[in-house]
Design a protein around this ligand. Structure first.
Ligand code: HEM
Length: 159
């Protein structure tokens, strides 16, 4: 499982910049999602509510999927192309799992709900979507903390 392939200094830094930028955009989209969902929940105005649902469809699904996949690809390159490896350290493996989980959830769980609300407009109920804007940024922040603190060491003592 070990590799001698390494990203060179400059390429590694560029990849890291894209990785961090994708995390920033992903978190920003989560904030936008939270603002739209909680505004739709709190407003009594039917037009504002319908507008929130339509904006939610535009802002979330594809931009979020692209951010998630960019984060995944650059993360895999950073890990595989460095001493960390893809499956050597717990913090990398857990981040890989979180990224795959969140990217999958965007497409199989969030997308149908958001499309449904955009179609229903003011008839829809934003309560169905309160969890994504809470769960997604929380797990992303867990991944950020793991990236900086790199806890738990190696999967196997020697590999
Ligand atoms: C779940 C979403 C992810 C988030 C929020 C995230 C966040 C970050 C952040 C903030 C950094 C910069 C840390 C620093 O420079 O101190 C980083 C670096 C890194 N990430 Fe990710 N990441 C994610 C997914 C992944 C994935 C899927 C992988 C690989 C499987 C990965 C592997 C790495 C590696 C190897 C570094 C470089 C660490 C270093 O050189 O110090 N990340 N990540």
């Amino acid at each position: 499982m070990s590799t001698s392939w390494r990203l060179s200094g400059r390429t590694r830094k560029l990849t890291l910049v894209v990785h961090i930028a994708s995390v920033g955009s992903w978190l920003g989209l989560d904030v936008a999602m939270a603002v739209l969902v909680f505004t739709a929940l709190g407003t009594g105005d039917v037009e504002t509510k319908a507008l929130c649902f339509r904006a939610l469809e535009l802002v979330t699904i594809w931009p979020m999927t692209i951010s998630g996949l960019t984060c995944l690809v650059t993360g895999v390159l950073l890990a595989y192309g460095s001493k960390y490896g893809l499956v050597k350290y717990w913090w990398v493996v857990v981040k890989l799992g979180l990224n795959l989980l969140l990217s999958t959830l965007i497409l199989i769980a969030l997308r149908p709900g958001v499309v449904d609300l955009a179609e229903k407009g003011a008839e829809g109920n934003a309560v169905d979507l309160v969890f994504p804007p809470i769960v997604s940024p929380t797990l992303l922040m867990v991944a950020v903390v793991l990236s900086v603190f790199k806890p738990w060491g190696r999967l196997r003592r020697k590999n």
